[in-house]
Design a protein around this ligand. Structure first.
Ligand SMILES: Nc1nc2c(c(=O)[nH]1)N[C@H]1C(S)=C(S)[C@@H](COP(=O)(O)O)O[C@H]1N2
Ligand SMILES: [Mo]
Length: 394
């Protein structure tokens, strides 16, 4: 079977599944792709519909500390599967004493925990890498980030129930989607070190098996009925449509762990083989208002945006600084939201601009005193862009 027919088969299967689910019948008649309908596109800039990749505008993004689902970016590599919650099962296997096969009701009987945590795509701000030298992939602006309240069982509790063997070092996740890549079709997968999975803190579980987002069941695009949420890590480790957990002595061999999410200069096979998977999302910040190209009147201007702590337990944002004179002087921003180790920090600053002001710049400093880098090394896959954010203004 060639690549194109595999794709059309998957689309057809998805269509049939959704058709039989009944809910999207009218959309089917209108002839559009169902994957596009699960999202409220009116508030998102859609990079692609199949797979669904979309981000909010920056002024919309920082309107709330907890991002409404309608303004939350969507990053999917394959179809958005329609899953029957009644027949859904999560399997837990590998290096465990008792493999498990759990329904959603059974998962719901584990102690439930809520956490507010920010999810950021490793490719957030990729378009800025591309300005240095073009990078393939979704050209994300600064909006592939969102902060939501998630609820569900802790991964650590599930692993305790299964009984982790002594040789275990990593936990693999696998979704129910079908991704086409390099002529093959397979499920998206992720993997985290066991230590991270067990690192429950008062403010946050090491990793959560989330069934709700902002107090409502997950939407199809965000992983219904079950997804991982791994606070502090790149979004790719928070596997959606989660159906399988494997405990192992090594990271997952899934393409998205073994090959994709790595920092490489040119991306040769050797370089990919020699570098490890990315886990943490580093310190970052972005100006969200005013937006690029805004016409500013000389005088005081309010600048707002977000800053992201480095995903290290106990480390939060200490300071955010804005400059209107190419970094010669800096104005300290007011932190306008809650401060939490795995959540973004919203901020606002009043700064003077004049007729010579060409751009606004922001940088963040974390509670260890580490500052966001002024420049960042270009990498072939366009990940982890976290240089000072520059916004040209008139
Ligand atoms: N099964 C599955 N899980 C996935 C993905 C995917 O394509 N398939 N994309 C990952 C990536 S790269 C990111 S950034 C986040 C995005 O989550 P969201 O779409 O809910 O914002 O989901 C992750 N989990
Ligand atoms: Mo991502």
């Amino acid at each position: 079977m060639n690549h194109a027919s595999v794709t059309s088969l998957i689309n057809r299967r998805t269509l049939l599944r959704q058709w039989s689910a009944g809910a999207l019948g009218l959309m089917f008649v209108s002839g559009k792709l169902p994957s596009a309908f699960a999202a409220d596109e009116s508030r998102l800039l859609v990079h692609s519909k199949a797979p669904m990749n979309a981000e909010p505008s920056l002024p919309d993004l920082v309107r709330w500390w907890v991002t409404p689902v309608e303004s939350f970016f969507i990053r999917s590599h394959g179809n958005t599967p329609e899953i029957n919650a009644d027949s859904f099962r999560l399997s837990v296997e590998g290096l465990v004493e008792s493999p498990l096969m759990l329904s959603l009701a059974e998962l719901g009987r584990l102690e439930q925990h809520a956490v507010t945590a920010t999810l950021t795509c490793a490719g957030n701000r990729r378009s800025e890498h591309s300005r240095i030298k073009p990078v393939k992939g979704v050209q994300w602006r600064e909006g592939a980030i969102g902060n939501a309240k998630w609820r569900g069982a802790r991964l650590s509790d599930l692993l305790k129930k299964a009984g982790v063997r002594e040789s275990a070092k990593h936990v693999w996740f696998e979704g129910l989607d079908a991704v086409d890549d390099g002529g093959k079709t397979f499920a998206f997968g992720g993997s985290i070190p066991l230590e991270k999975a067990l690192l429950d803190r008062e403010s946050s579980p090491g990793a959560l098996l989330a069934t709700t987002m902002n107090d409502k069941p997950l939407t199809a695009d965000h992983g219904f009925p079950l997804r991982m949420v791994v606070p502090g890590y790149i979004g790719a480790r928070s596997v959606k449509w989660l159906s399988k957990i494997v405990v192992s002595d090594r990271p997952s061999p899934n393409h998205f762990v073994a090959d994709v999410y790595k920092l490489v200069d040119e991306g040769t096979l050797l370089e990919v083989a020699e570098s490890g998977p990315i886990y943490r999302m580093p310190l970052n910040s972005a100006i969200c208002t005013p937006t690029a190209g805004a016409a500013l009147k000389p005088g005081r201007v309010e600048v707002t945006g977000y800053a992201l702590p480095p995903g290290v337990p106990g480390v939060s944002i200490r300071k955010v600084e804005v400059s209107a004179d190419s970094g010669r002087s800096w104005t300290e921003a007011k932190l306008t939201s809650m401060t939490s180790e795995f959540c973004w920090q919203l901020w606002s600053a009043e700064i003077s601009v004049n007729s010579t002001t060409k751009e606004l710049i922001v940088r963040a400093i974390d509670s260890r005193g580490e500052a966001q880098p002024e420049v960042v090394r270009w990498n072939a896959k366009g990940y982890l862009f976290n240089a000072w954010h520059h916004v040209p203004v008139n």
